[in-house]
Design a protein around this ligand. Sequence first.
Ligand code: PLP
Length: 391
Amino acid sequence: MPHTFASSRLTLSDLAPDTFQSEIRAMTTECDRMGGINLAQGVCDTPVPAVIEAAAIQAIRDGQNIYTRCDGITRLREAIAVKQLRDYGLRYDPEREVMVASGATAGYHAAAMALLNPGDEVLIFEPFYGYHVNTLKSLRVKPVIVALAEPDWQLDVDAMRAAVTPRTRAILLNTPANPSGKIFSLPELEQVAAVCQEHDLFLITDEIYEYFVYDGAQHICPATLPGMRERTIVISGFSKTFSITGWRVGYAVADARWMPAMAHFHDLTYVCSPAPFQLAAAAGLEQLPPSFYTQVAADHQAKRGHLLAALEAAGMEASAPPGAYYILARAAHLPGKTAAQRARHLLAQTGVAAVAGSAFFRPGRGEELLRFCFAKQDEELEKACERLRSL
Ligand code: PLP
């Protein structure tokens, strides 16, 4: 008799079914299969700045290919500290308060591991970025969703306050936000800060789109609000700003009390961010002039305009997002009962992939919305716009 395992023990974990392949990946796979244009994933295929590309190649040739400190090379930690001071007037000790991570994603994961316990609750604003929710679920932390008010996603202060319970440990804030493009205003941040202080909560911020701000809007780093530095874990990275999503370099900055535990958990999962790419990111921070960052915003503002016009021509309603690089468009007129069906219809008709809006909301919401990414090379974006206009 061949040996058989007790099949009841060969199962996935309880968590696995809940965090399976995201709708974004599913659309990307489907788009690749059809040879379509992918405006679904925020892959950002605009060119890498020359100084950064050259520094990465040089670093590899120079033999900078081994593990680094788990919280990153000194030169990059120092450059990040300089940047936070330059941009926000916030002073961080590069030795004890800055951690280079394998992307903002890893910085967030490490912060959640270091600061939250199973059963804790974290407030997250809706529409949300799926990783923010699923990372918490994977750690058995409970995301508590607080809806922002349509049409322009204003903070609903009463809803936020009503969501706080004795189990709440933190608020997660993504500004500028994916997918809505919302930039939290100073009065809104003051309300969030007040709740954090009244209930003694951490504020975990994801500021990966800090330079993607349009029409003169300004990103405010929430750690700059009075009393917030010690309780705010600032997370950001270079994936978007330097168009290096595949290199995996991001960071977290926070009070020295939280950093050793965060670095420990980052070490356990990632060991370190890739060494040559850390050096390249440092070169970028050190050498690119302030005009680089304003140009990034100007370029993307122009891309936003092109895509917005094409979506309108295709009968989709959308307003210009103040930040980040996505447009959340109303596509109720497309056939289908769900956003996923509408996205598949659009892909079949035009060869343009978008993400079902439902990916960013609780079940039953976002079914009339599609999210389009405009961080694409101009030629590719123009091709996608042409196809959309033909709908
Ligand atoms: N945070 C947000 C809000 C994002 O939209 C993304 C990518 O789409 C990330 C983080 C990923 O950042 P990183 O590549 O640095 O892990």
